[in-house]
Design a protein around this ligand. Structure first.
Ligand SMILES: [Zn+2]
Length: 163
């Protein structure tokens, strides 16, 4: 077992971020495993300008996304959000069109490629939906933006739950 997996992850959560997490029902202990897995596996999104990292991980029914920066004191949390729809990350087909000029500000690690718009399948309660989202043209790692997760996705989840 690597020392990395034993070490608890030191998080720096500014008060205004903590307030957002409270409103979203996200606990600090939900975030540590996301960052630990991303750092250990080297798989996350890296902001082209600004250098922030964005990692996601599914824990049970919920996928948590954490935007953070590594600092000598620990991982500084910029925001975190979650959704219950499952994002089916598959390597895009070779003939998948790559529209120019639609690259996201995020690079896939470890691929090093800019995310581009493409079809991404999401699944929830036996419903399969297809959406145009940014994802890695090599491995399919997807980017669910915060406003989508807390907005449209949350609406669709409630709709499918019959609420
Ligand atoms: Zn990739």
């Amino acid at each position: 077992m690597s020392p990395e997996s034993n070490r608890s992850v030191a998080l720096i959560i500014p008060p205004q971020v903590q307030q957002v997490l409270n409103e979203r029902g996200i606990r600090p202990e939900d975030l540590g495993p996301v960052i630990a897995a991303a750092q250990a596996g080297g798989r996350y999104l890296r902001q082209r300008h600004g250098g922030r990292l964005l990692a996601h991980r599914k824990a049970g029914e919920v996928t948590y996304w954490v935007e953070y920066s590594p600092t000598p004191e620990g991982y500084r949390i910029h925001t975190a959000y979650s959704h219950r729809m499952e994002v089916l990350e598959e390597a895009p087909a070779a003939q998948d069109p790559q529209p120019a000029g639609l690259e996201a500000d995020w690079l896939c690690q470890p691929c090093g490629r800019a995310l581009t718009l493409g079809k991404v399948n999401v699944s929830y309660l036996h419903n399969l939906l297809s959406a145009d989202l940014h994802r890695c043209p090599s491995c399919g790692q997807a980017f669910i933006p915060e406003d989508l997760a807390v907005g449209k996705m949350a609406e669709i989840e409630m709709l499918l739950e019959g609420k």
